[in-house]
Design a protein around this ligand. Sequence first.
Ligand SMILES: *Cc1c(COP(=O)(O)O)cnc(C)c1O
Length: 401
Amino acid sequence: MTDSKHIETLTIHAGKIKDKQFGALSTPIFQTSTFTFENVQQGSARFMGEEEGFIYGRLGNPTVRELELRMAALEFTEDAAAFGSGMGAVSATLLANVSHGDHVVASAALYGCTFALLNHKFADFGIEVSFVDMTNENEIRAAIKENTKVIYFETPVNPNLVVIDIAMIAKIAKDHRLISIVDNTFMSPALQNPAKFGIDLIIHSATKYLNGHGDVIAGITCGSKEQIENIKLTTLKDMGAVMSPQDAWLVIRGLKTLSVRVERHCSNAQRVAEYLEAHPRIKQVNYPGLKSHQGYSLLGQQMRSGGGIMAFEIEGSFDDAVHFMNNLKMCSIAVSLGDAETLIQHPASMTHSPYEPEERAAAGISETLVRLSVGLENVEDIIADLAQSLESMENRLKQVI
Ligand SMILES: *Cc1c(COP(=O)(O)O)cnc(C)c1O
């Protein structure tokens, strides 16, 4: 299956390993820890890499391998490696490419655990990190030093949905011979393919849109054959954050409906964002599909749609935001994103509660900012739930006055 096929077809067929023994349509789950050899010579040949085949579950599994091949096809890379979580993918991909004395240029705004890894743990290993505003080309170029090895970012950025120009980052990386790494979780390969712009390594938390049903923790990295082999033979094999065959099977099943799901997530999100933007109790809506958004000009250029996630600020206080959240009847209060259910979270009291209020303000996270992952329900029902809760806020405010 090649490049010329459309994404809707690729998500179903590309990378499939045909079951020659029984002709099973659905991928078999090879629930095995190890693989037997015909004889010692065969075992030896596999270990030496002289013969194709599986050895031991931490070094590879046929169900997991199929997911890797499917993801490589969807991200237009030569190969992919699967991990037991998105953070397993992030840490193994970074650590396979940097060592003591190296320097990383990273986006100032990142997924919380990625930020913690780069900001705290990397210092223990003697790896230096500079955090920069990735929308500012001069700032990025100024941060690059002799020992810079890697440039790391996400787009759109969590939680304010700022969009970073992928082609610009790829060019900077090429100019300075850096390895470019992007976390493509928020968009999924259905909406954005960073390899087409020259990014070297593409990471996904497969927990989110790829699986899409809120029942798996998993991660994937896509890249060149050489890069993936390096990761597999070092930080995947020896640090061991492998994906289980059962989880790989669930993600493969999720992938088959990726493009139809994402299409609905996007059309629902666009309607919800327009509704919220016009609502008097909403101060600001950050959604790349709105003309008012900083990233709108890159829509159609590097991303096929605005995606399914937005963040918005409620007019009022911290308590008003809490009241708004608690009065929702259908939307579930939960972190994570990309599931069938609409999920809502309040960074100031949840994901970013350990921050001091001033630190939150510096990161652009106000006390009333709410992040919404728009689900697959009927959009009228999602809007009705948001509307009834905003109305209950109005009534509460009237009582206070
Ligand atoms: C969830 C998430 C991760 C971490 O993935 P896990 O599967 O939870 O380990 C990394 N990056 C982004 C952008 C995420 O949303």
